[in-house]
Ligand binder design. Structure first.
Ligand code: AHR
Length: 341
């Protein structure tokens, strides 16, 4: 009996020792896991994870914008960037934003294709507590608490600048009072860049009754579509004096179409463009383009600064415009070496 009690006691002791041992092992394992997680993610833990939904790669401007964002939102600068190219489709952007939410990113950055259609998905980001920075084009929402801030261009002012430059140029040529027939290659319909430039140009030029806007059509901000639409315009109208291309790439397409039709762009037909990318300066130096109204794509550094401030709980300015100029052909050779994009 004594022997049986002793055996039983030893069993209890053994089980208790194993239990303590297991407990210790478990604790150790948890500690080491925490340490590993802490040390392995030490660098990544400090990084701010940004999900960036970009419009696409439709133009030189867009490529420069992507480069600026990637350079500023680098690991060396304290960021982990998840980049999503929407290929000019808003539905791809909605999907990307939902992916960012499920990945629990720290900040969402969106360069929106079009202004409308953002309420639902931005409501989801807000519910998830993720701040949203809008860059480049604007969004049209009734509740502006759906985004933290916006950085971009004054597109309407760009349109006004283009019209004023044109009127002044024609005055200098001595043809200020002559009739001028204008065609407009618009950007993506419903994008802030298209809406603002169309409104700014149309409203300003309407003050000069000798300027006749024959037609406005979208060239989707691409060179190929710009060329295609210009070819159609040339078939329809034989009296085009001015082309307003709402970006440089569409202007390059229009220039090709005009040359193929035996016209001399920059002389027979005045070419007014937007963006002021390096290739536009080459085109102006070659005499093909008359002016490019700048649209500044270098948003990266400002977005990086805003993301850091938002993560630190600081309040930021809601609306921030970038600085932009107007570059006529006669300034191109001197300005080209200074251009960053
Ligand atoms: O939203 C900015 C516009 O988008 C640029 O003018 C154009 O080149 C780009 O595609």
């Amino acid at each position: 009996m004594k022997k049986r009690v002793l055996a039983l006691l030893m069993c209890v002791l053994l089980v208790a020792t194993m239990a303590v041992g297991c407990g210790e092992k478990k604790d150790n394992k948890d500690d080491s896991k925490a340490t590993t997680a802490d040390s392995s993610s030490d660098s990544s833990k400090d990084l701010i994870t940004i999900g960036f939904s970009q419009v696409g790669a439709e133009s030189d401007w867009r490529v420069a914008n992507t480069e600026s964002m990637k350079a500023a939102l680098s690991e060396e600068n304290g960021f982990k960037l998840i980049f999503a190219d929407a290929q000019q489709k808003q539905e791809n952007q909605t999907k990307a934003v939902r992916d960012f939410i499920s990945q629990e990113v720290d900040v969402i950055v969106i360069a929106p294709v079009t202004e409308t259609g953002w309420e639902t998905v931005l409501g989801e980001a807000k519910d998830a507590g993720i701040p949203v920075i809008i860059v480049d084009r604007m969004i049209d929402v009734s509740d502006d608490s759906l985004y933290s801030c916006w950085v971009g261009s004054d597109f309407k002012q760009e349109g006004v600048d283009a019209a004023n430059w044109l009127v002044e140029y024609m005055n200098k040529q001595g043809t200020g009072d002559a009739e001028h027939n204008v065609v407009v290659l618009q950007g993506t319909i419903g994008s802030s860049a298209e809406i603002g430039r169309t409104k700014g140009f149309d409203e300003t030029i309407a003050g000069f009754t000798n300027y006749n806007v024959l037609e406005e059509q979208t060239g989707e901000f691409t060179q190929a579509k710009g060329q295609e639409v210009m070819e159609a315009f040339l078939k329809k109208y034989d009296n085009i004096d001015v082309v307003i291309a709402q970006n440089d790439n569409m202007a390059f397409g229009a220039i090709d179409a005009l040359k193929a039709a035996g016209k001399t762009p920059g002389k027979d037909v005045v070419i007014v463009s937007f963006d002021a990318v390096k290739a536009a300066f080459d085109s102006m130096i070659a005499g093909d383009m008359n002016v490019s109204v700048e649209c500044n794509p270098l948003h990266g550094p400002r977005v990086a600064e805003l993301a850091k401030k938002l993560m630190a709980g600081e309040t930021v300015e809601k609306i921030q415009y970038v600085e932009e100029g107007v570059y006529p052909a006669e300034t191109a050779a001197q300005e080209l070496p200074n251009r960053q994009y």
